[in-house]
Every structure is written in C-alpha cells, then in structure tokens.
Design a protein around this ligand. Structure first.
Ligand code: SAM
Ligand code: SF4
Length: 371
C-alpha cells in the first residue's frame, strides 16, 4: 500500500483554540464526567491579550484546507469568538465550534447562522449530546438541559450548519449506543457522530464513572454499524467499526495514527500556550507560547518534534487500533498499554476469525478526534 507523504499529511492542518478559561456550568455544577480541571470554580475573565486574529492569519499560511475549531466552555462564546470565526472564513478556511449547546447566547447564535449563510458548507458545530433520552443524557449532564440541546441541534441544522454530535461512551450508556445513533441520525438528521471513550480523570474519577467494557463496546458498535443503513455507516465513519468494515471489504486506505503526531495540528490555550492537541495538555507535550514564537516557528521547534514523537510512539500493535495518547496517559504508566491492548486483542481476534490479516502500518481507526 502506498503511504502518505509528509506534504500530504500537512494538507489538512487543524488549529484548535480555547480562547477563555471559563465554563459557566463547571463553575456552578460541573458535568459529572468533565475532565477539564482548569474550569472548576473559574471566574469569567477579561481578554487574555492573545491576538487571535493574528494567529488565524498565521495559520492560514499552512494551507487552504485548514480548519479552525473553537472549543470553549459553556457561556464563553461572544463577539470576539465571532470575529475569529469570521476571520477564519474570510481567509477561505473552514471552522467549527464544539459546544454543550446550553449556554449559547442568542446574539452569538444569530451571528453564527448569518456566517453559515454567507459561507456555505464551511461552518460547523459539534454538539455534546450524550444521550437519546433525558435519562441517558442525565448520567453525565443536567437532565433538564436535554430538550434545549436537542432544539439547538435542530435549529443549527435548519440554518445550514454542518452538525456533528459528541457522545462520551462509558459503562452506564454503552448499552444505549444503538438507540442513540438511530435517534441522532434518523430523527435529528445529524451526519457525523464522534464517539469519545470516557477518560477517567477529573470529575469522572471523583464521581466514580467507569469506562465501558471493551468487549461490550466492540459488540454494540459493530452491531450498530452492520445493521445501520448507508446514512448510519457514514455518520460512524472514523470509528473502529468503520475501519473493521473497510478492512473486511478491502477498502482500507491507511492512516498514520494519532493526528497530533503526524499532521499539522495545534492547540492553543486561552493564555497562548501551545500544545499538539487539547488532549495533551501535559508538561511533556508543552511546545511554547504565541508571545514568544510564531506558529511556523513552533511547528519547526524541537519541542514540537519531541511532542509528536511521543504521541506517535504510543501506537498499539494492531494497525486498526490507534488510541489517543492523552487517553492512554490518563491510565498512568502501569495501565496504559494494558488498556490499549485490550481493544487491540478483540479486533485482532475478530479479523483473524474472518481470515483477514493486516500488517502494521496498513491502516488504523484514526479515531476521529472530537473537539
Ligand atoms: C471539554 S468539552 C468543551 C466544550 C463544551 N463545554 C462541551 O461540553 O461540549 C469538549 C468535549 O470533551 C468531552 N469530555 C469532557 N470530559 C471528558 C472525559 N472525562 N472523557 C471524555 N470526554 C470528555 C465533553 O463531553 C465534550 O464533548
Ligand atoms: S463538559 Fe463542557 S459544559 Fe460540561 S463542565 Fe466540562 S467544559 Fe463545562
């Protein structure tokens, strides 16, 4: 199989921004699973002084297919974030926001819809909808918010935004996955579902939430995928079920593992600190800050090279299983490879039973990072 060249890898640069260190929900009654420690009891802040428009301008030099993601906490979307989206779209790039869909101000929504109208197919929203009912949703988030999140999804769809949903998979909701997928795709018309496995850190750990059993997760997702029609298969593209299906049908394209390790991907914190990904906000992955270096300088720095190397070294043995290095880190030195190998074994055995043999490096479930 033909491997992708470095130039090809840099064809889809990704810039993830968190422009404010604040979440209105986290400062009052945080989501039960929330891993973002910095938000706990944080106060709304003044502008941090980072020139975000300049950062976007620098990023636009990396290629015309660049995509900017804004992943602010609840209640932290306002005029300056609209300006960032506007600048991104005017540079000819695409953009999306990741949001809980509960505390989005009406003014922000109307500006967002206006931009979506002016820049067709360039603006998206990823909504954290962690359940198909109030009850399932309520395992992680405040159940009374469920209806307004669903309304926001419908509203955004009707205003021509590309809508995706995030679903954090854990022991309590893994059994509802098929119902969730059917609801989101068939009733809400969503085209992409990101499945995020629970990271047992922060609130998730404090609240005793448990990761889903790997075998149960594998069985449920495979069933959902194989019983799903084309629309459902499309929505689940980027999950391991889609990759197993491609391997079975000989359509596997190949992949380079963690995108932070291989692609032009950058995460900038509210204060301008640079990391390869928002799942890798750890000292060993710190690259620098935007005050001291341009994005191009950061990209070429030894720190970035090191961070990428570490991210890539955490690949598993099965070419279909590329686990998020940030998630592996959360299991600690002892547990991380065991966790990674559990799903690896399940998928390897499944393929072996079907008589399919893959060589390392052929392909992986480039687990569609969900920001
Ligand atoms: C940190 S939030 C920021 C955006 C916004 N506040 C929201 O909740 O959508 C981004 C995504 O991370 C997910 N997330 C938070 N804690 C997590 C955890 N412990 N494990 C996996 N995903 C988590 C959220 O569910 C959300 O989809
Ligand atoms: S998951 Fe999102 S909305 Fe919930 S507390 Fe964390 S940052 Fe806030």
């Amino acid at each position: 199989m033909k491997r992708k060249s470095l130039e090809q890898k840099m064809e889809n640069p990704l810039l993830v921004l968190e422009t404010r260190n604040y979440c209105a929900i986290a400062s009052e009654d945080p989501c039960k699973h929330c891993s973002v420690e910095g938000y706990v009891r944080a106060e709304p802040q003044m502008n941090s002084g980072v020139d975000w428009l300049n950062i976007v301008e620098q990023f636009s030099e990396f290629g015309e297919n660049g995509h900017v993601v804004l992943k602010n906490g609840a209640g932290a979307l306002g005029d300056s974030e609209i300006s960032i989206l506007e600048k991104t779209l005017n540079e000819g790039l695409s953009a999306s926001i990741t949001t809980e869909g509960v505390c989005v101000p009406n003014k922000f929504k109307s500006e967002l819809y206006k931009l979506a109208d002016e820049h067709k197919n360039k603006l998206g929203v990823t909504v954290s909808l962690d359940g198909e009912t109030r009850e399932t949703y309520g395992q992680l988030r405040r159940p009374e918010h469920f209806d307004s999140v669903v309304s926001f999804v419908r509203d955004a769809q009707s205003h021509n935004l590309d809508v995706a949903t995030n679903y954090v998979v854990h022991a309590g909701n893994v059994g509802s996955l098929q119902d969730y997928v059917n609801f989101v795709v068939k009733e809400l018309g969503v085209k992409k579902i990101n499945l995020l496995e629970l990271n047992s850190t922060g609130n998730a750990k404090r609240n005793g939430l448990k990761e889903a059993d790997s075998q149960q997760y594998f069985d449920v997702l495979m069933k959902t995928f194989s019983e799903g029609d084309e629309q459902i298969k499309q929505a689940l593209d980027g999950t391991f079920a889609a990759e197993v299906y491609k391997a079975e049908t000989g359509l596997s394209e190949g992949c380079n593992g963690c995108p932070a390790g291989s692609k032009g991907m950058y995460f900038i914190q509210h204060d301008g600190e640079i990391f390869p990904c928002s799942s890798l906000e750890l000292p060993q992955y710190h690259v620098g800050d935007v005050e001291r270096m341009t994005l191009a300088e950061a990209d070429k720095s030894m720190e970035f090279e090191y961070a990428r190397k570490v991210a890539q070294s955490l690949k598993t043995e099965n070419p279909l299983v590329s686990m998020c290095p940030g998630r592996l880190e959360s299991f600690g030195e002892q547990g991380r490879m065991e966790q990674a190998t559990e799903m690896t074994k399940i998928i390897t055995n499944y393929l072996k039973e079907k008589g399919i043999e893959l060589t390392k490096g052929d392909s992986c479930n480039c687990y569609s990072p969900a920001f």
